[in-house]
Design a binder for this molecule. Structure first.
Ligand code: AMP
Ligand code: GLY
Length: 442
């Protein structure tokens, strides 16, 4: 068996590891935007090139004739690589371009929920012309000054600006909204929600939806959830596959929203979504709201879940493609995980540490290390890229113990890098639990 893996980060190192564990013993043909040493170690063939150069990707696929493709990153999915591969009879674990709008257009996602009566959105409005007065009415009156401005295209979670945090005045909000409209044609403005965020990823094959453990990501760059949004600085999951600040009905509702959305997508687009649907949720005072969808595994979220997978990942991929996916093919160990990302000191503001050396520790059996934007030179040295360097995951019976493992390994990393010490600590998790307790009205 051969699998074409489209890769750009640590997410696909975790995917490659899960694929080769399969009893099908697949060969991995990797196409990766960096010289990822983790993927290079696993792949039988590795092409370092643009993951948006579709003609070249099709050339490689025609030569290697893979049984299927696994596409990790959002850009080639949103750009229609699944459709392109289908023209040469290579099926993919990822949705086609039309279905991937659930991630690539925040406006499409909000409209879909509205059209199919999935009541999970905050108050929102989509603007495609720069009407200062209209923008101001929505921000000032309808949202009572608490609003979020969302660039309506893929931007790695970094096109979102929140009032009171990134935008200090209505005027700043209007300016950013106008810049978004000028750049990508439309902007989504939403009421700002107060609550605690979590991610729920599901394997989806049409209307068959099988959920993974819930995860909490930390998107802000610095300790205490401060600073700019990043791709994600670290994550945790609990042994019961829920999260300490959630009630059962919160998680049940998030699962229902993913399922209803998969069904709505099939009805709206006339064909099945095949791949991973990632719901980014917020637990709020009176239930759960949807913040955004992604049409792929989360990074770092997948670094928490795939090491826990006890069943065969290739079987899951094949049944997603063949529309035979079933619950019994998916089983996760009841363990807690904490992932902390090592990132260059300047991330995400600058890439000043690019090319500098980093050294990573030896990893024990109750932990994992997944390489991100880092390259191994011929002399064995590891050099930093500009983005997140490596995800280090501790795996134990409790979040607190998993955190200690991840933390002690992160402390052993040497180089001009940093990580968030607070992610997954007992103190930080407890703060979330107490905050939800004080907020919840049910
Ligand atoms: P997104 O790319 O839509 O996930 O947005 C990035 C981040 O912005 C989220 O993880 C939230 O922290 C924040 N955010 C997005 N939408 C809202 C909202 N309606 N209310 C509060 N925060 C939000
Ligand atoms: N961890 C957030 C994302 O993958 O988009």
């Amino acid at each position: 068996m051969k699998i074409l893996l489209m890769a750009s980060s640590a997410r696909e190192h975790a995917v490659a590891e899960a694929l080769v564990k399969s009893r099908s013993k697949p060969e991995i043909i990797a196409i990766c935007s960096t010289k990822n040493p983790g993927i290079a170690n696993i792949a039988t063939e590795m092409h370092v090139q643009s993951i948006m150069d579709f003609p070249k990707i099709l050339e490689i696929a025609k030569q290697s004739k893979p049984d299927f493709a696994f596409i990790g990153p959002d850009d080639p999915i949103g750009g229609g690589l699944v459709d392109a591969l289908e023209t040469i009879d290579v099926p993919s674990v990822a949705p086609k371009k039309n279905l991937a709008r659930i991630e690539s257009s925040k406006g499409f996602a909000r409209n879909l929920l509205q059209k199919y009566d999935i009541h999970a959105s905050p108050r929102f409005k989509i603007f495609d012309s720069a009407e200062r007065k209209e923008l101001s009415i929505f921000m000032e009156q309808e949202s009572r000054g608490n609003f979020v401005v969302k660039y309506d295209a893929l931007k790695g979670g970094k096109g979102v600006k929140v009032s009171g945090e990134h935008l200090q005045t209505i005027e700043e909000g209007i300016e950013y909204a106008i810049a978004c409209i000028e750049e990508c044609g439309q902007v989504v403005i939403e009421e700002k929600l107060i609550g605690v965020e979590f991610s729920l990823m599901s394997f989806v094959s049409g209307t068959k939806v099988v959920d993974m453990p819930a995860i909490q990501d930390h998107k802000r760059a610095f300790v205490g959830d401060t600073g700019p949004n990043t791709g994600g600085m670290g994550t945790y999951s609990d042994a019961d596959h829920s999260l300490p600040f959630l009630q059962k009905k919160d998680l049940d509702r998030a699962k229902e929203i993913n399922r209803l959305t998969a069904e709505a997508l099939e009805r709206e687009c006339g064909e099945p979504f095949k791949g991973i649907l990632y719901g980014g949720f917020m637990a709020v005072k009176d239930g759960v709201r949807l913040i955004e969808f992604n049409a792929r595994f989360g990074d770092p979220e997948v670094l928490n879940v795939l090491p826990l997978l006890e069943t065969d990942f290739v079987d899951i991929c094949q049944t997603i493609i063949d529309e035979n996916l079933s619950e019994d093919l998916v089983r996760f160990a009841h363990k807690a995980t904490v992932c902390k990302y090592i990132a260059p000191e300047g991330y995400p503001m600058n890439k000043d540490q690019r090319g500098q050396t980093v050294s990573l520790p030896v990893i024990p059996s109750n932990a994992r290390l997944y390489y991100g934007d880092v390259s191994r030179m011929d002399d064995g040295k590891l050099l930093l890229g500009g983005s997140r360097t490596a995800g280090i995951v501790g795996i134990e019976d409790t979040i607190a113990d998993a955190e200690k493992i991840a933390q002690s390994l992160c402390e052993k990393v040497k180089g001009p890098v940093r990580f968030r010490r607070d992610i997954g600590t007992e103190k930080f998790v407890k703060k979330r639990v107490e905050f939800m307790r004080s907020l919840r009205t049910y």
